[in-house]
Design a protein around this ligand. Sequence first.
Ligand SMILES: Cc1cc2nc3c(=O)[nH]c(=O)nc-3n(C[C@H](O)[C@H](O)[C@H](O)COP(=O)(O)OP(=O)(O)OC[C@H]3O[C@@H](n4cnc5c(N)ncnc54)[C@H](O)[C@@H]3O)c2cc1C
Ligand SMILES: NC(=O)c1ccc[n+]([C@@H]2O[C@H](COP(=O)([O-])OP(=O)(O)OC[C@H]3O[C@@H](n4cnc5c(N)ncnc54)[C@H](O)[C@@H]3O)[C@@H](O)[C@H]2O)c1
Length: 472
Amino acid sequence: MSHIDCDICIIGAGSGGLSVAAGAAQMGARVVLIEKGEMGGDCLNRGCVPSKALLAAAKQAHAMTKGAEMGITPVAPEIDFAAVKDHVARSIATIAPVDSQERYEGFGVTVIREHARFTSPEEIEAGGTTIKARRFVLATGSRPLVPPIDGIEDTPYLTNETIFDLREKPDHLLIIGGGPIGMEMAQAHRRLGCEVTVIEGAKALGKDDPALARRLLTMLRDEGIRIEEGAKVTAVSGTEGAIRVETETGAFEGSHLLMAVGREVVTEGLGLDVAHVKQGPKGIAVGDDLRSETNRRVYAVGDAAGGLMFTHVAGYHAGVIIRSMLFGLPSKAKTAHIPWATYTDPGLAQVGLTERQAREAHGDALEVIRAEYDENDRAIAEGRTAGTLKLMVVRGRPVGATILGAHADDLIGVWAIAIASGTKLSKIAGAVLPYPSLGEINKRAAGNYFSSRLFGNEWVKTAVRAVQRWVP
Ligand SMILES: Cc1cc2nc3c(=O)[nH]c(=O)nc-3n(C[C@H](O)[C@H](O)[C@H](O)COP(=O)(O)OP(=O)(O)OC[C@H]3O[C@@H](n4cnc5c(N)ncnc54)[C@H](O)[C@@H]3O)c2cc1C
Ligand SMILES: NC(=O)c1ccc[n+]([C@@H]2O[C@H](COP(=O)([O-])OP(=O)(O)OC[C@H]3O[C@@H](n4cnc5c(N)ncnc54)[C@H](O)[C@@H]3O)[C@@H](O)[C@H]2O)c1
């Protein structure tokens, strides 16, 4: 049994663990990183990257069926599903070196490819090596939640861990769960030629602005995706190629089943009890400082911390705890400025408060400002006019933004920066942006806030008339 003493021992080499390791090692800390599976974790291997690569292929296929209004004759695309999966695999392989063991060893990180478990509150064992560290970081991520639905154990089903390996096109994909995984996979598969039915127990895209989510769902239905809401699944049954899903309101039949009903944090075999680390209902129990209250040596980041489950949140957590671990400075994770996007086409993106949350928090002080894609010259030129930006403003500052439309994921960035930095709307309204760009939608929304104040204001008119009488 070998032994290592270090400053920081990280369990899990996904988005969170890798970000902590890269930052801490390059700033001089002695870092050990332990990973039992693939470097890069869920995002690279089974999450963000394969899902966006699949959506990109689906978008290409969809574009071929459009264009008549621009003078381009639509064609029915021939889809080689296995070759699409090759594109997905190539995307992963191209990014993989950035997350590789070799790259991290180059930073001076000791990488151990084994399962890790606590043997005491200050020591971990992994594949015959004991590691004593001043600080531990649990970055163990999450996995698909598979609830104990009647029949699930005897019915073949896919999850995000297996669907990207499927090389034969499903005839009819049944998806349980209408969250971001469910809706992204629904559109990707529909556009690649599958029949798709989404079976959602409550409201699909239920964490997003209800009105804009509804508009998106209408567009997805128009593409031929069947979306059943308020249909909680009670039982599943069947064999490969013939699956039946039963709900309280009816039954659905298809060839394949994807479970996309949420996530559960990975903690098994970690020895949390031995380390005196408590687990809460959603993840490892940590405060805003991302630190265990029962073992102050231990931090949790990313999905394991049980909050918002996004790659950029895992990266943000890394920055928060590096400040605390390396410099001993107080540091807390906040959520008000965290954006997210669902990468359907069009996309749906959110940062800060939704309209409903902003109304509850700010009452009559809230003003909701809109800008429409069909008033943006670039969107018109590209035939991408379906979309709206909704801006929640309190006393001249944005407190939330929701965008439905093309490149919503990119456009939301401005509002993420504005909310994080407390920027006034006047700064956004005053920015000069390239014409014609979709980014002008953001500027238009900010401008709309001021236009009613300026253009409908009798005081302004009186002042202008008075000045005009005197200026030479
Ligand atoms: C289909 C899908 C699409 C997604 N799309 C997006 C997206 O577009 N944008 C976005 O921001 N987020 C997206 N996400 C979410 C994103 O993937 C996660 O939030 C992110 O991967 C979390 O990173 P993490 O480091 O916390 O955990 P993970 O990436 O899960 O990494 C945890 C690592 O810990 C290892 N591990 C666990 N236990 C041990 C142990 N005891 N010993 C050693 N190693 C261990 C695991 O093997 C794993 O590699 C998506 C998720 C899914 C499933
Ligand atoms: N674009 C992105 O950033 C992106 C993409 C995919 C996933 N993710 C991350 O992964 C997380 C998990 O995504 P998800 O879509 O699996 O989970 P989710 O929790 O967001 O959605 C799951 C849905 O399943 C429904 N559901 C649960 N049990 C059900 C049942 N028995 N019958 C019918 N419906 C049922 C829920 O009502 C819910 O709407 C997301 O919250 C997000 O953090 C992010």
